[in-house]
Design a protein around this ligand. Structure first.
Ligand SMILES: NC(=O)c1ccc[n+]([C@@H]2O[C@H](COP(=O)([O-])OP(=O)(O)OC[C@H]3O[C@@H](n4cnc5c(N)ncnc54)[C@H](O)[C@@H]3O)[C@@H](O)[C@H]2O)c1
Ligand SMILES: O=C(O)C[C@H](O)C(=O)O
Length: 375
């Protein structure tokens, strides 16, 4: 029996499932959701909406402990604990948003790609469960597990290939790779360097830096050319910032020295993403503007939304790419291809080709994994 603190989900309810919720990211993200989500309801006219957090992990003892602990927090959000013993179905049934930080993290000396074999198996199994338990015409799936560049293709192609109920569901428009941590880092590091250069930024505002491409090393393209501060950066500062954003993950892996990778900053970034989808589903907003790593083609191999047709030739036909998107309850509805035309020469001629050639290998690896799994 899953341990359920509030077992019955009321009719007007919104359920968020976190898979891998007993881990470093999962625990901190679940804390933020349990402690903070109800503040979104205040903006909503759906004050009667009941929010439920369904927490799943293969580590049964750990997830029961995490759920019992969170359940004492004085917010009107119910929580339930799920593990393989009681089945993942109870966790996923009726979920509107599924967030996935399940899988192994890096240790020093490893690349994200070294995680592929273990995590691709986990992601494809979780994808099978999502296909069986969730309404594929409605659910949003946010993939945090690494390597994001390969695992999003695994999630999308496994569901489309192996689950006939996905046909015409549009699920490929609602599976999002989470690259928000790169955006969070770019903003943080730019602010730091501005302060070092003698600027006094406002306490309550952070610089905006779009980051596109993928989520590892040189596939990460921070577009400092599109921040308001480019003219204040010298060439060395710009080089330093780009490198720091591209390898920010390594900084944390090294500092944790074998005890994992970024968890707290990732939980913060993931929370920002979940809040967007939560607000969309509550009806607080009718569209999201956000950057996610998504499939640029739909199940019929045609561009996923307006703008994707223009973007594809600009990104060397990369089938997956992180790019600013407009997202409605149906999923990706517009792809901001124009961000590539706004890149400066160095970003477009030097960084973009390196990104897309590496992305191609990462994407192919994911697709080949699914093909061999099906065969
Ligand atoms: N997208 C990003 O920006 C980003 C940032 C940081 C970390 N990550 C990735 O997120 C993943 C998780 O990182 P972490 O630090 O939380 O790791 P962790 O080891 O602390 O937690 C992972 C959790 O997943 C659980 N798990 C394993 N297999 C599972 C399965 N089949 N179903 C459900 N749960 C399962 C484990 O029991 C564990 O509790 C890693 O792959 C890491 O590389 C991504
Ligand atoms: O670096 C990692 O392995 C975790 C994550 O992708 C990060 O960017 O911090």
């Amino acid at each position: 029996m899953p341990h359920s603190v509030t077992p019955s989900i009321e009719q007007d309810s919104l359920k968020i499932a976190v898979l891998g919720a007993a881990g470093g990211i999962g625990q901190s993200l679940s804390l933020l959701l349990k402690a903070q989500l109800q503040y979104q309801l205040k903006e909503s006219n759906r004050t009667a909406t009941h929010i439920h957090l369904a927490l799943y992990d293969v580590n049964q003892e750990a997830i029961n402990g995490v759920t019992a602990d969170l359940s004492h927090i004085d917010t009107p959000i119910s929580v339930s604990s799920h593990s393989p013993a009681g089945g993942i179905q109870n966790c996923l049934n009726n979920a509107s948003i599924v967030v996935i930080p399940a899988g192994v993290p890096r240790k020093p000396g490893m690349t994200r790609d070294d995680l592929f074999n273990v995590n691709a198996g986990i992601i494809s199994q979780l994808g099978d469960s999502i296909a069986e338990c969730c309404d594929l015409s409605k659910v949003f799936v946010l993939v945090i597990s690494n390597p994001v560049n390969s695992l999003v293709p695994v999630m999308v192609s496994n569901i489309l290939k192996n689950h006939p109920q996905s046909r015409n569901s549009g699920i490929e428009r609602r599976i999002m790779g989470v690259t928000k941590l790169d955006i969070v880092r770019a903003s943080t590091f730019l602010r730091e360097i501005n302060i070092e250069s003698g600027l006094t930024p406002r306490v309550n505002s952070m610089p905006d830096v779009p980051v596109i491409g993928g989520h590892s090393g040189e596939t990460i393209i921070p577009l400092f050319s599109q921040s308001n501060f480019l003219s204040r950066l010298n060439a060395d500062q710009l080089k330093y910032l780009i490198h720091r954003v591209q390898y920010g993950g390594d900084e944390v892996v090294k500092a944790k020295n074998g005890k994992g990778s970024a968890t707290l900053s990732m939980a913060h970034a993931g929370y920002k993403c979940v809040v967007q989808f939560f607000s969309l589903l509550l009806g607080n907003i009718d569209q999201i503007h956000g950057t996610y790593y998504v499939s640029l083609k739909d199940a019929n191999n045609t561009p996923v939304a307006p703008g994707a047709d223009q973007l594809l030739p600009l990104v060397n036909e990369s089938a997956y790419f992180a790019v600013p998107l407009t997202i409605t309850t149906k999923g990706v509805s517009y792809v901001d291809y124009d961000i590539v035309s706004r890149m400066n020469d160095m970003e477009r001629k030097e960084m973009l080709p390196i990104c897309t050639s590496q992305l191609k290998k990462n994407i192919d690896k994911g697709l080949e994994f699914v093909a061999s799994r099906t065969a």
